[in-house]
Design a binder for this molecule. Sequence first.
Ligand SMILES: [Zn+2]
Length: 285
Amino acid sequence: MSVLRFPPGAIDALDHRRRCFLWSGEDSVSGAQCLVAWERPCQPKEQGGLGIKDLTTQNTSLLLKLLHRLYHPGDSAWGAGCAPKLIWSLCKATSFWLDRWCTAGRFADLFPLLFTHVVDEEASVAAVVQNGLANQLVPRLTRAAREEVQDRIQCRSNLFRKGIVEDVACAICGGNEDCDHVVLSCPFATQVRRGLGAGTEGVSAKTIWTVVRPTTIASKHYDCFLLLVCWMLWKHRNGVVFNSESPSLARFWRSCRDEARLWGHRLPPQDREVAEAWCCVFSST
Ligand SMILES: [Zn+2]
């Protein structure tokens, strides 16, 4: 009773047994044998009852006592040893993102965008506490961006080579859409480059890392910044191709800002201001 909350049915069964003992001394008792309502003998003696404990109240009180010991263990073996172990084992068995262990709801539902960057969706609460939330989030998009740089993305020239599309025309400008075009030479990408003040002369997609850093961008995590812009150019292009969206610089910068805020969670805590600075650049461009 001091460890588990008794179900109402169990309390009723115990009360029945106690009523039988009190009024008949047998295994059963009829209503006629009960001289007063059960609540009456449950009253304290000084109030005219027999001081029989109310089991529901007793159960709740004992559980609260256990909880109190957890925070103030003193000499209690339970508070000092058992309870932390029990809680830790529960943490190990509970999914940080998918289980509803917080009253506000499942973290996967509360933070859907962040959830898309999670490494291990099944990570336990214990794993997140031990390793830190930052280690649960990876630059998942980095791989796509890296593929972009390595000319493996499914731009139209690649799809044309595979016989999937009939032409190589860029959906934004009508030019020959290869990897270089998407991130560098498409007029839309050129506007982005001008907006950032980045020097891309002599740069190809494979050497995107050599893009001259604008003075407004911090040197720290600059490679990450380049990946972010490349990735957003690719996403913008996909929006035009697959969702029939119109090319829009304003929408592009907005998306960059939102994405930068998200990517900031993957940077070490002391470097978060770098991502905030990116957001400011995207907002003012
Ligand atoms: Zn183009």
